[in-house]
Design a protein around this ligand. Structure first.
Ligand SMILES: [Fe+2]
Ligand SMILES: [Fe+2]
Length: 204
């Protein structure tokens, strides 16, 4: 993902359309409902990637294990941002706990991860952003927007790892602690999503 002159938003970008024939599993409610649904989805994703990281380690894919660990941590960032907004309106809301995920061979785990990320970036978050805009919930628009942009990069990292499964390199992964963006390798200056400087990134 390239660094643009301005921080990308739903207003200044053209990749925020929601897939029209959306997954029947996706129900769009109020922004508060959508924040809770997003927390549920991100909780499942984070647990899945932690399990995939363990599986990758056991199968000898150390670099991919680090990618899954970084992405699992990225989803925790999204959970915390979304939880912060839910807590403002519903202080009794308790964060959900994920079921134990099923794991497969490393290539299939990468594809499973990429499919989930593509669903979030092209169906779930665009629909939630539209609803939050209609409701005038600016903070939710920003949280969903940053998550939407990060999920697409996560999908890109997973598919790149899938394509290069048998050609790993020594690159580390760098996680933006603000928005969950992940960079492969250290040749960057700042986050292309939220402009957080490299020095704050967490290395995996
Ligand atoms: Fe993600
Ligand atoms: Fe960021």
């Amino acid at each position: 993902m390239k660094v643009r002159d301005q921080i990308p938003t739903a207003e200044n970008s053209h990749n925020f359309n929601a897939m029209p024939d959306t997954d029947p599993m996706l129900s769009v409610g109020s922004t508060l409902d959508n924040l809770k649904a997003a927390i549920m989805g991100e909780t499942g994703a984070s647990a899945k990637y932690a399990a995939f990281a363990q599986a990758a380690k056991e199968q000898g894919y150390d670099q991919i294990a680090r990618l899954f660990e970084a992405t699992s941590a990225a989803e925790q960032i999204h959970i915390n941002l979304e939880y912060g907004l839910v807590a403002e309106e519903d202080p009794d809301f308790v964060k959900p706990v994920a079921d134990a995920p099923e794991t497969h061979e490393c290539d299939l785990n990468l594809i499973s991860g990429a499919k989930g990320e593509i669903f979030e970036t092209s169906e779930m978050y665009p629909a939630f952003i539209k609803k939050a805009q209609e409701e005038g919930k600016a903070k939710a628009v920003q949280v969903f927007t940053r998550a939407k942009l990060a999920e697409s990069v996560h999908a890109e990292r997973y598919l790149a790892a899938y394509n290069d499964l048998d050609a790993p390199d020594d690159d580390k992964f760098y996680l933006c602690p603000v928005c969950g963006y992940i960079h492969k390798g250290d040749d960057f200056e700042k986050c292309p999503i939220c402009f957080c400087p490299k020095a704050s990134f967490r290395e995996f």
